[in-house]
Design a protein around this ligand. Structure first.
Ligand code: HEM
Length: 214
């Protein structure tokens, strides 16, 4: 089995594409009614000619992201990938590896294991995306999904949460792509599958207790 099975590669790149559509069109929709007076996103970096057009792109991206994301979550949980690749995250390891990364001493010899900082970033962005979908649904249909709106205090709270989630995802993307470019073998692995790894070991047999043999 390869480190990144074909399924994971397809889901990952589909997600990256859908996320770029969501962010570009979201910026255009934001420009229509800004949260922060001075902040406008320039036309060359947004997606959509006018807000309604951008909204249609946003919904297209949303359906792709939601279906793709749910399939990824189901696969990650049921196949044991999350347990194997993204868990456990130990605070002590995060701290030592963060220091090593900032001082350019972090080794990336073994592609098949994520370091603690990577695990934290991946689990973190997955959680942010889930909250992002919830705040997005709350803004989209605030009457029908009023219970979702109340999670963010009120409509403006949901808008703010949606904006902050977008900011966190953009920061993640900048760090994630920069780190990937620093170790280009990882990008190749996300395209071709990477090194082979042993399949999940079968559950250990229950040892026989002496008395049971008779
Ligand atoms: C918002 C968009 C993106 C999100 C949310 C995202 C998220 C993730 C996640 C959760 C993983 C771990 C997947 C797993 O093992 O199950 C991953 C791996 C990876 N991603 Fe992304 N990604 C995004 C965009 C990109 C882009 C644009 C690139 C291009 C350079 C990229 C390159 C990679 C690589 C190379 C890995 C494997 C890392 C390694 O083997 O060390 N990702 N990404």
């Amino acid at each position: 089995m390869k480190m990144h099975p074909l399924f994971i590669r397809i889901v990952h790149w589909t997600n990256a594409g859908a996320m770029i559509i969501m962010i570009g069109s979201g910026w255009k929709i934001y420009n229509d009614e800004v949260l922060f007076g001075l902040l406008h996103f320039p036309q060359p970096i947004v997606l959509g000619i006018w807000a309604q057009h951008a909204l249609q792109w946003h919904f297209l991206g949303m359906w792709v992201l939601m279906v793709n994301g749910l399939v990824y979550l189901a696969y990650g949980i049921l196949s044991g990938r999350f347990r194997r690749m993204l868990w456990p995250i130990r605070v002590r390891e995060v701290v030592t590896e963060m220091i090593a990364a900032l001082t350019f001493r972090l080794k990336h010899a073994d592609l098949t294991h994520y370091n603690a900082v990577q695990k934290l970033l991946y689990v973190g962005v997955i959680l942010v995306i889930i909250v992002q979908v919830i705040s997005g649904l709350a803004i989209w249909k605030p009457v029908q999904f009023s219970f979702l709106v109340s999670l963010f205090y009120d409509f403006q709270g949901a808008r703010l949460a949606h904006f902050l989630g977008m900011t966190a995802i953009c920061l993640f993307m900048v760090v994630h792509v920069a780190l990937a470019l620093l170790v280009p073998r990882t990008i190749l692995a996300m395209l071709t599958g990477g090194p082979r790894i042993a399949p999940e070991p079968a559950a250990a047999p229950v040892p026989l207790i002496r008395g049971d043999r008779a």
